[in-house]
Design a protein around this ligand. Structure first.
Ligand code: 9D3
Length: 262
């Protein structure tokens, strides 16, 4: 008898193509959708624009203690997640992708402090695909062989230490879902956001027009839409140049490559 269920061929359904699907492998399934359920992403989840499928890694443990981890070969502190347990969970997750989407299987991503840094280009790339299988690690990490065997890419959300991959998976899902068609209102299309153009945001103001002696910049109350647009652009550039020389260098280069006469 096979240790795992065999992946089946994808049946086409009358319900149309499956939505973008996050399939999360975790030891803490109750952490999902978590804060995402309260946000824009939660609304989109209710509306079926994306789907969330959470698999509890412990369900794939075979022994009587349902052990998912073991001591590291070579010694040292902490525990390592077992490759056989993770493999069973990954095989199940891949089979569910194939069944649901009628498409190529989604990329498998291991959230890991050793990974490539998440950026908006990767979020966009993932949003164009059928979804993602997200492996969340706990303890010291996962057995290296399972990463090789499943061709898994590693992804970090920044150079600081988390207690596990789950918060990083929530960040990744949030960043991708808001790029899916129909998630954001028209007034706030992702392409119009400063960051999508490679700049930080300009400053925002609302009523009252004067607060604790501080006035809203005159141009914003003037009603000159073209002047407002130019002021905001200049502010976004000033703030980006001051705070993020890395973003500024890329922005200047992209701008000069695209249109030297603008
Ligand atoms: C105490 C263990 N650390 C030794 C220096 C290694 C380590 C293992 C596992 C550190 C953190 C973690 C848990 N982190 C993640 O799973 C994680 C993560 C992160 O910590 N920072 C940024 N992005 C990510 S994505 C997943």
């Amino acid at each position: 008898m096979s240790e795992h269920a065999a992946p089946r061929e994808a049946p086409r359904t009358a319900s149309g193509p499956a939505p973008w699907t996050a399939r999360v492998l975790t030891l803490f399934p109750e952490m999902f959708p978590g804060p995402l359920g309260l946000s824009l992403a939660g609304k989109a989840l209710e509306r079926g624009i994306w789907a969330l499928d959470v698999l509890d890694i412990r369900d794939f443990a075979r022994d009587k203690h349902r052990a998912v981890d073991d001591a590291p070969f070579g010694g040292g502190a902490g525990m390592v997640m077992r490759p056989d347990v993770l493999d069973a969970a990954l095989v199940a997750a891949k089979a569910r992708v194939a069944k649901g989407s009628g498409r190529a299987t989604a990329p498998v991503i291991y959230l890991s402090p050793r990974g490539r840094l998440l950026d908006r280009a990767l979020a966009r790339e993932l949003a164009r695909g059928p979804g993602a299988i997200l492996l969340c690690g706990r303890y010291e990490g996962v057995d290296e062989r399972v990463l090789e065997a499943h061709g898994i890419a590693e992804l970090s959300i920044g150079d600081y230490v988390l207690s596990g991959g789950e918060p990083a998976a929530l960040v990744l899902i949030d960043a991708v879902v808001r790029l899916l068609p129909g998630v954001m209102g028209n007034h706030e299309s992702p392409a119009e956001e400063s960051f999508e153009r490679g700049l930080l945001e300009y400053p925002h103001y609302t009523r009252p027009a004067e607060w604790q002696g501080r006035k809203v910049p005159e141009v914003l109350v003037s009603g000159h839409h073209e002047k407002v647009r130019k002021w905001r652009q200049a502010q976004a550039e000033r703030i980006t140049e001051q705070r993020r020389p890395d973003l500024w260098a890329r922005y200047v280069k992209d701008r000069d490559d695209e249109g030297p006469d603008r």
